[in-house]
Design a protein around this ligand. Structure first.
Ligand SMILES: C[S@@+](CC[C@H](N)C(=O)[O-])C[C@H]1O[C@@H](n2cnc3c(N)ncnc32)[C@H](O)[C@@H]1O
Length: 171
């Protein structure tokens, strides 16, 4: 996340707007929220969320979190579930969200427009609030053919297999 071109603006925004709320959607082990906290973002103004709570739990082991580690609240949920995406911030801070980091949106193929609209509706109207992120790509835009399809024996929710849509440099 910190290598993303929008990252410096993201930090500038929170320096000016001290109450800015950051949602890390698809946070996995929590590397990005830890980086934002190390760079000065207040943990209580961050919401970490993922469909798999076990990734967040494994993050404690990976990063050796202890009782004294200051971390954001984690909220388990599916970005494709309209009842969840309409209000993950209600689980924690009550303020509107200012920034969303997202590394899964464009891979959600047919759902991406709807998810983008729902996330945009969560954002504060303040100039500078933003959704940013990155995604996997291929030389040619289209579905990833290299991965096995998802099935009953596949890793389960969140595993897109060959249903993962990838943009190309030109798309
Ligand atoms: C490529 S990882 C990104 C991890 C992290 N954001 C980063 O930049 O290192 C994608 C994450 O999205 C999560 N994910 C996949 N589908 C999801 C969904 N429908 N709702 C919420 N999270 C999802 C996965 O569990 C995984 O942790």
């Amino acid at each position: 996340m910190s290598k993303h071109p929008a990252y410096d603006k993201f930090l500038d925004y929170v320096n000016v707007n001290k109450n800015a709320v950051f949602l890390d959607m698809g946070c996995c082990f929590g590397a990005n929220v830890r980086k934002a906290i190390a760079d000065g973002y207040l943990a209580e103004r961050i919401i970490a969320s993922d469909i798999h709570q076990e990734f967040w739990v494994l993050g404690h082991k990976l990063f050796k979190s202890g009782p004294k580690t200051t971390l954001p609240t984690f909220v388990q949920g599916d970005i494709l579930d309209p009842s969840f995406i309409s209000g993950p911030q209600q689980h924690t801070a009550t303020d509107p969200i200012s920034s969303v980091d997202l590394k899964i949106l464009t891979n959600l193929s047919t759902h991406q427009t709807k998810v983008a609209q729902q996330l945009a509706a969560l954002l504060t109207q303040t100039s500078g609030s933003t959704i940013f992120g990155s995604h996997e790509s291929r030389p040619e835009k289209g579905f990833r053919t290299e991965a096995p399809p998802s099935s009953a024996s596949s890793p389960g929710n969140g595993y897109l297999g060959n249903h993962m849509f990838c943009h190309s440099p030109s798309s």
